[in-house]
Every structure is written in C-alpha cells, then in structure tokens.
Design a protein around this ligand. Sequence first.
Ligand code: MLT
Length: 269
Amino acid sequence: MFVKIKEVSMAYSDAGEGLPLVCLHGYPLNRHIWDPQVKGLSDAARLLAPDLRGHGESTVLPGPYTMDLLARDINNFLDALEIRQQIVLCGLSMGGYIAFAFYRWYKERVKGLVLTATRAGADTPEGKAGRDQAIDLALESGVSAVIGDMPSKLLSQETHKRNPKLVAAVKTIMQSSSLEGILGDLKGMRERPDSTSTLGEIEVPTLIIHGAKDPIIPLAEAQAMHSAIPYSDLEVIPSAGHLPNMEKPQAFNATLREYLNKLLWTEGM
Ligand code: MLT
C-alpha cells in the first residue's frame, strides 16, 4: 500500500485492527524486517510498518534525513491515514532514534514506546568519524561497498549457524537500499542529538527489547535506558543479535503481545 505525505509517496504494510502499532525499521533496512510481526501480531493490534523515505518502495530524496525529519514523516503518515487514536511506537535501532524524536515532538500521540536494539546516546567522535568514512565509501564505490559484510556482523552466531536463510534475506534487504537512502540516514544519524537526558521525562509505558548477543549496540545500553525510563520493562532475548524481531520472532512477539495486552487492560480499568 502507498500513501502520499507531502513530497514522499510512502509504502507501508497494514494488517489487523484496533490499537495502532507503528514499527520503524533501522539502517539500511526496510519495512520487511517487520514481516514476522505483521504476520504474528495482527490479531493483537493494527500493525503498521512504513518504508522510511529513501528505503524500500518509498520515494528516494536527497538527505540528510535528520531524526526530526523522519519523525515528521511519521506524524504526516498518521495524519494521512486519519489515525486519531494514540499509537504504540516501536523502533529498532535507527527506528528507536526516530522514536525518541517523535516522542519529543508529538508525545500526545504516543500511548506506549517499544525500543528495540537501540540506544539513547548520540554518536561519539569515533562514531561520527565512522559515519564520514561510510559516506565517502558510499560516494566513491556505491551501495554494495558500504553494505560489505554488514549483514553477517549484525546477527548472532546462533542465527548464522541455524538460520542461513535469514542471513541471506537480510543481505537482500540491505543490498536493495538506495544510495541516497544510505547517505541520508548516515548524515542524519551522525547529527542526532543525545536523548539520554530526556529519558526520565518519558511518561508512557515503555518496553525495551534487546538481543543478548547484539554485536552493534551492547546490552548495557538497554540496561541504562531501563534504569532511566520510569515506567519501563526490559526483555533480553537470549541468543539474538541486532535484529531480535527477525532472529527470535516467537519470543519477540510473545513479549510484545504481553505488553500490548497490559496496555489495553489498564486502559479498560
Ligand atoms: C541500525 O541498525 O539502524 C544502525 O545500526 C544504527 C546505527 O548505525 O547507529
């Protein structure tokens, strides 16, 4: 499905009904990372998974894609779909950075947050230098050079051993990324603000889900968010890497289902 939001034609998956659960993908990915949730949870909520600008089937535009710009896209997406009720916003990695920006700007639209495989901090100076190198490499040698062996680095050892099909699927998703999308994300993430000091101001029930073996964002980042966010729960998924929703979909969906049921139950009280 597609919806027009200002200059972007946004592709999205939409399944189920009731409480909207909006799932934001990470870098350099697209909405199909959420297919296991679209399939497995659409009896519990209305699953909405957009392709962010520059990704999947959405319009490709020059960046930088700041987290504020991507959050504004999501706000316009909700308006275009005439979603007036509060949503649960679920972000994976870069999707989590966008969730922080969305919460800063539009917190009245948020009933709950799900932060997965993400961190609150900004890029360190070394992190920024790494972004610069990736930008140069992408400009000089193109998408496949910058993707390199990233797919292998994201996933846990167990996933490599037991699920080579998933490793191949993640590679396909990454290699289909557009150059502008990659550059837009890298430049936007490089400039993102530090959200650490705002964690204590998050007033909605927040579920933090992290792979125990995440090689990209250490588990300690999730533990720190859990300590700082007042109404938060932390679920650690054993043997999962940076994409716990794809690597361990049953465990991920069970945790998310329980969280959604609790949210709906407290609403009914
Ligand atoms: C992601 O998965 O979105 C990225 O690893 C986030 C990042 O590079 O900071």
